[in-house]
Design a protein around this ligand. Structure first.
Ligand SMILES: *Cc1c(COP(=O)(O)O)cnc(C)c1O
Length: 391
């Protein structure tokens, strides 16, 4: 009754948006989490489970070069992760300005790339601040010099955060994370990295150099439900100095005071949330079951497949590769097609049960996009899809 009216996001042919591909271990453990009423908001009630979640956050922080003492919380998704990080950034920024005696009565501003994710715009709206989208280079990457120039133009105190994107959603392109970090540091501005989709790529040794500069981030997010093979809904939100997040987010109330033991780690204090399930555990259990090496391999395989199919696209005269992929997103056009042609083809492909590939666009031109996060997606399947575009 339900299934026929839903599309399986973990099917190897589901290649649109950002698909899902949870391991069996993670899905099974999600059932365990759902079936046990563990409260993940406070150490008092959930310390065993929270300890395990924190192991994963610590692993992710170390993997991208953040120091020990970093920490955070698994929130529902990247949108909430970005919002929570930006709220922390703004509160820190306000306290810093007060300390310096700088008064800024205008609106605060967050600098982002023009290809950054829509959730940043949504966060800015909720926070009632302005987003300044900065131009990217021809590869789609925001450069440090562009951020430096924007920071130099801004009024003192105006910019409360700079966001780098570690893997854009539409193209999987990583910003100049190091150059942006240096610019942010030079101006003493909070540096957040949105790695919801792409930061998982840092687990691949070959792709790792793309993420150089991550180690300077004040906060970052990565969604296990995207490319870390965990079920919906999980975003790892990590801060270099979690105390700053505590100051921004901890809720206080008579009914909560019993939990507020100094020195005790209550995950709810680090994001815009209170009651929470221990949604980091499915990833923890799966990583413990499979070992980190198999995660590295699966991610590397996706990236290699993206490069292979991009090379194949370049050999087909009826297709045009829009950009050289960096991670596991491949974007291309079918020459001579209008949006209506793409839609007709896409509907037929889905109806056939072969794959789910919907049109996206860039610069007003429709295109097609493979987002590859499933280790079961293979070259033959992708070639078959390309063949079906020839007719
Ligand atoms: C998907 C995505 C988000 C939003 O994450 P959700 O989990 O869908 O809320 C934010 N940033 C980037 C770069 C993304 O790809």
């Amino acid at each position: 009754m339900l299934a026929p009216a839903c599309i399986s996001t973990d099917h190897p042919g589901y290649l649109s948006f950002i698909p899902a591909s949870p391991t069996e271990a993670s899905s099974l453990f999600d059932l365990v989490v759902s079936a046990s009423s563990i409260y993940g908001g406070s150490w008092l009630e959930g310390s065993g489970a929270i300890y395990a979640e924190n192991q994963v956050l610590d692993f992710l922080a170390r993997e991208v070069g953040l120091p020990s003492g970093s920490g955070g919380v698994f929130v529902q998704g990247g949108t909430l992760g970005n919002l929570s990080a930006l709220v922390t950034a703004r509160e820190w920024h306000k306290a810093r300005l007060a300390g310096l005696g700088i008064s800024w009565n205008g609106r605060f501003k967050v600098l982002v790339s023009e290809e950054s994710h829509s959730s940043l715009k949504a966060s800015a709206k909720v926070m009632d601040l302005d987003l300044e989208p900065l131009p990217v280079d021809e590869r789609g990457s925001l450069r440090g010099a562009t951020v430096e120039a924007a920071l130099s133009r801004a009024e003192p105190g105006e910019v409360c955060a700079v966001v780098g994107t570690a893997g854009t959603t539409n193209f999987g392109i990583v910003d100049d994370l190091e150059g942006i970090a240096l610019a942010a540091k030079a101006h003493d501005v909070w540096y957040h990295v949105d790695g919801a989709y792409g930061l998982a790529g840092a687990l691949d040794h070959a792709a790792k150099p793309l993420f150089k500069g991550m180690e300077h981030a004040d906060s970052f997010i990565v969604d296990p439900h995207k490319w870390l093979f965990a079920p919906f809904d999980a975003c790892a939100l990590v801060y270099r100095n979690p105390e700053l997040a505590y100051r921004a987010h901890a809720q206080h109330g008579e009914y909560l005071e019993h939990l507020a033991d100094p020195g005790v780690w209550n995950p709810s204090d680090y994001a815009f949330n209170l009651t929470r399930r221990v949604r980091g555990l499915p990833l923890w259990f799966s990583m413990a079951s499979h070992g980190v090496a198999s995660y590295r391999e699966a991610i590397a395989k996706n990236i290699e497949l993206a490069a292979e199919i991009a090379a194949d696209i370049k050999t087909r005269s009826y297709l045009r590769l829009v950009r050289e992929p960096q991670l596991s997103v491949v974007v291309f056009e079918r020459l001579g097609w209008e949006l209506a042609d793409y839609r007709r083809w896409s509907d037929a492909l889905l109806a056939s049960g072969m794959a789910f590939v919907v049109p996206s666009s860039h610069g007003g031109r429709p295109n097609l996009r493979f987002a590859i996060v499933n280790p079961l997606t293979d070259f033959e399947l992708l070639r078959g899809i390309l063949d079906s575009l020839e007719a």
